[in-house]
Design a protein around this ligand. Sequence first.
Ligand code: PGA
Length: 264
Amino acid sequence: MKQHIVAGNWKMHTNKSEASDLVMGIHDGVESRALPKSLDIVVCPPFVWIEHIISSLNGGVASQGASSSLIACGAQDCHHELKGAYTGDISAPMIADLGCRYVIVGHSERRQYHGETNERIAHKVVAACEAGLRPIVCVGETAEERAAGRTADVVGRQIDAILAGAGSAAMNESVVAYEPLWAIGTGVAASPEQAQEVHAMIRTRLNQHGAPATALLYGGSVNASNAASFFACPDVDGALVGGASLAADTFLSIIDAACAAWSE
Ligand code: PGA
């Protein structure tokens, strides 16, 4: 069965009570909808709220292993080593231990502000898979690269480097999020045609390298009004949503668009 995913990346937003209200608002909305079996709903809160969020989703009970709640929880990053002397860092096994099922790796904000390279991101993909987490691997080009006609080259190289470092088996278990940098947090999303073109290129590359099962998400200013147009694209399997995932009603509208696109 082809997998579809709507994931919310809360970034460094929410305090503890806002995080609780947000996840319970999403939970109550999801509970009253008939979700297609292929559709996973994921929230990626800041690290410090993860345990609280998972126990809220489980009716107040801390998770033992991967939480089986209606909504999956993911982290926004993990360290590339499984353990060690890395003050302040969080390992993939720690995230899995809390009951998370997903982890975002290589988000452009991590690449930009923390100097993360494709090689380092590939290492994180391996660590996440070893810990039993599903990585959501982010790729995307800058506005300058797009203007220079280099989008396919830049994104293709990112995919190739991560495939080479992580291996096709790990990539086959992963999710790739195509997030053009110029569309993140700007209110200017890619057009569905632009997203489809890049997704088709990524799909071909992953197919050629033995990773045909990888779900492909579009990210960058996805909102309640444009989500359906992305979900209508043949190679878009879902969305990674930033700003519009911070209000339950807008995130639920995006989930509604996914339900309409992929109802059984
Ligand atoms: P945005 O962020 O939806 O606010 O553009 C997306 C992301 O950074 O994952």
